[in-house]
Structure formats: structure tokens, C-alpha cells
Design a protein around this ligand. Structure first.
Ligand code: FES
Length: 319
């Protein structure tokens, strides 16, 4: 009786070796790539915030655009790798089952569950995605701080004007009340102060006191009908450089201060209220007084923050 050669028994066949920590279908390298891309996206978004805050780097605008653009590119790359390598791909050969089919719903739930179970670093992926999303969200709202302060508005109202400060012309000569004629437009500055400060330049006009209809509490702010307003437009900060005076008062429009940038028009007789254009609020008014020598002096500070109507300035005006 001849002996048959040893045949491998089913139990002796080589079995595939699987890592106990990696579920079937897991792809740890792909997960590492996705996590790396998400972290890099968050770092780029953080760089956008830092560049925005520093504000003095060369090629500032280009750096801002590059940081934000790169962050989005990395985020998109992470989503693509995740979609291709880590999400179950199933192709159906049959028609889609009708809507509401419980079997189909169960099958979809299984696919979603199995896709999740394939991730070996699910928490880390979630944390990376959450972190990148949070930093990117902060980066997107960072430019909103440029709209100006909302709560602490006092610094916006600080100017060189205070009671007793003399008004001088462009050459530094003190302005006298007698120098101010009707139908003429004057520029004034605070004596001895920095003229480049936003609150420094004023426009001065003289109107017939009987024409004035100033807001309540300003009855003595315009001695002899002389009015002083901030020269900086409350729309976008251009200089008020035009003065419209009636050529034939019975039919001409009343006197108005005009900004040449977008034609915001202010009525000096009513506290520089806006009668035309995009400006969001009146020009701040400076209360005036005339000293014993006939010189024009400030009787206090401007009635509000000079310059464009920032977010907080508008909110304060509304209250
Ligand atoms: S800046 Fe004056 S109207 Fe725009």
C-alpha cells in the first residue's frame, strides 16, 4: 500500500494576518494625510489672523490673500483625500429603490456605520477638522474688527478741542469773529495742536442767526451765527471742500456743506444734518465763543466722534 504524500489540511493553510488595531478597510496613512492637511489649513488660517494684526508687513495684501487661499486649498485637499480614501464606495447595479424603502434605509445606515468604523483615529480627525474650522471661522470674521470699537467709544471722541482753545487759520493766525463773512467758507485748526489729527480741521461759516434751527441744547453754540463743524466727512472721511450758497435765495436751495467724494450734503443751519448722499450722520459740531478781543475760541469739544461712521459710532448715535 503506497503512502499518499501529505496534503495540506484546511487548518494548516496560511491565514491572512490582520492587525488587531486596524479594522478591515482602514487606511491609516490616508488618515494621517487628512489630519496633516487639516492642521496645515488651520495654521494658514492662523497666519492670516497674525498677518492682519501685524498690519505692517511688506506685501501685506498679497500675504493675506495667500494665507487665506492656501487654507482653503488645504481644506479642499483634505476633503478630497477623505472622500477618495476613507469613505466606502459602493456601486449599485439595480435601480434606486423607491423613497422610504426601509431596507434601503437600513443599507445606507450600514454603509455609514461601516465607513465610520474604518477610521482608526476618528477622534483625532474630528479634532483636526474642528480646529481647522474654528480657526478659519475666526480668520473670516477678523476683518470685522476694522469696523471700529463698539463698547469703548471714548477714544474716538478725543480731539485737541477743549474750552478756550483758539481757532487759527491755515497760516496759524488767530481767527476773529469779524473775519468771518457770510457766503464764504473757512477752514480752521486748533492753535498749537497737531493739524493732522482727525478731529482737528473745522469748516466755519456764518449764517443769519434767524435762519438757525440747531438741535436742542445748542442754542448758544453759534455766536453771531458763526458755525463750526468737523471738516471730515462722516461717510468715508474725505474733506468737506465745497460750500453751496444760494445765488438767488427766494428760489435757490439753502446753504449747504458738500463733500466732493460722493456728494454728501449737510445743512449747517440744522446742526449739519444730512440732506443728501451716503453720510450716515451729521458732521460733529464745535461749540464756539467769542473772547473779549473778538477772537473765536472753542467752548468745548466736538459734539461727537469725528470721521467716518464706524459701527460703534452709528450704534451710539442710535441710542
Ligand atoms: S466721503 Fe464724503 S460723501 Fe463719501
Amino acid at each position: 500500500m503506497t503512502e499518499l504524500p501529505d496534503q495540506p489540511r484546511p487548518d494548516d493553510q496560511e491565514q491572512p494576518v490582520t492587525s488587531p488595531s486596524a479594522p478591515e478597510g482602514a487606511d491609516p496613512p490616508a488618515e494621517a494625510i487628512v489630519i496633516g492637511l487639516l492642521v496645515a489649513a488651520g495654521v494658514c488660517a492662523g497666519a492670516f489672523i497674525a498677518i492682519y494684526a501685524l498690519d505692517r508687513l511688506p506685501y501685506h495684501t498679497q500675504l493675506l490673500g495667500s494665507a487665506l487661499g492656501l487654507s482653503f486649498v488645504l481644506l479642499a485637499a483634505a476633503a478630497i483625500v477623505f472622500g477618495i480614501r476613507l469613505v466606502d464606495d459602493e456601486e449599485g447595479e439595480e435601480d434606486y429603490p423607491s423613497e422610504g424603502d426601509p431596507e434601503a434605509q437600513e443599507a445606507v445606515a450600514e454603509i455609514v456605520e461601516s465607513a465610520g468604523s474604518r477610521l482608526t483615529r476618528g477622534r483625532l480627525l474630528g479634532a483636526a477638522a474642528g480646529g481647522a474650522g474654528t480657526v478659519l471661522g475666526v480668520a473670516l470674521i477678523t476683518p470685522a474688527v476694522s469696523l471700529g470699537p463698539v463698547f469703548d467709544m471714548e477714544p474716538m471722541s478725543e480731539t485737541a478741542w477743549s474750552r478756550g482753545r483758539r481757532l487759527v487759520d491755515e497760516a496759524g493766525r488767530p481767527l476773529l469773529a469779524a473775519d468771518i463773512d457770510e457766503d464764504v467758507f473757512y477752514t480752521a485748526f486748533p492753535e498749537g495742536a497737531d493739524r493732522n489729527e482727525l478731529g482737528s480741521p473745522l469748516v466755519l461759516v456764518r449764517l443769519d442767526p434767524s435762519q438757525l434751527d440747531l438741535p436742542a441744547g445748542r442754542e448758544d453754540w453759534a455766536p453771531e451765527g458763526i458755525l463750526a463743524y468737523s471738516k471730515i466727512c462722516t461717510h468715508a472721511g474725505c474733506a468737506i471742500a465745497l460750500y453751496r450758497t444760494p445765488l438767488f435765495p427766494p428760489v435757490s436751495p439753502k446753504p449747504a456743506l458738500v463733500c466732493p467724494c460722493h456728494y454728501s450734503t449737510f445743512d449747517p443751519a440744522t446742526g449739519a444734518s444730512v440732506i443728501f448722499g451716503p453720510a450716515g450722520r451729521p458732521l460733529p459740531q464745535l461749540p464756539l465763543e467769542i473772547d473779549t478781543a473778538g477772537g473765536l475760541r472753542a467752548a468745548g469739544n466736538l459734539s461727537g466722534p469725528p470721521g467716518p461712521s464706524w459701527w460703534g459710532v452709528r450704534m451710539r448715535q442710535a441710542t
